[in-house]
Unconditional design. Structure first.
Length: 117
């Protein structure tokens, strides 16, 4: 396949051999249809206006309910160590599985120490 330039070749194909979409061989332009505004049906327009007002009322009601919910919710209480359970240390069960060992559960610490890897 040989490559031709636009001086020698066809106007329908470009220098790479690909067909051109808007080539100069067909100078006739298509006419666009004229814009015709739509006539608005007064009954449908009134119905659409009523539905828009109803949606706005529902939206405002929803926002009002959200405001009431946010104001009734209190701030989460901060977590603080009370000292009820005394932590002796952290044991490793298998690979990197860290397990806390408490004073009340000394048997659990012995069991972890006896485990094989």
């Amino acid at each position: 396949m040989s490559v031709t330039n636009f001086y020698q070749g066809s106007l329908r194909y470009g220098p790479t051999g690909k067909r051109r979409k808007g080539h100069a061989a067909n100078p006739v332009k298509k006419k666009r249809p004229e814009f015709v505004p739509m006539k608005i049906d007064p009954i449908r327009a009134k119905l659409a206006q009523q539905q828009a007002e109803l949606r706005e009322i529902e939206r405002l009601d929803f926002l009002e309910r959200i405001k009431n919910v946010k104001s009734s919710m209190g701030k989460k209480e901060n977590l603080q160590y009370t000292g009820e359970r005394k932590l002796l240390g952290i044991a490793t069960m298998h690979k990197s599985n860290a397990v806390p060992i408490f004073e009340s559960d000394k048997e659990h610490a012995i069991d972890i120490a006896r485990m094989r890897r």
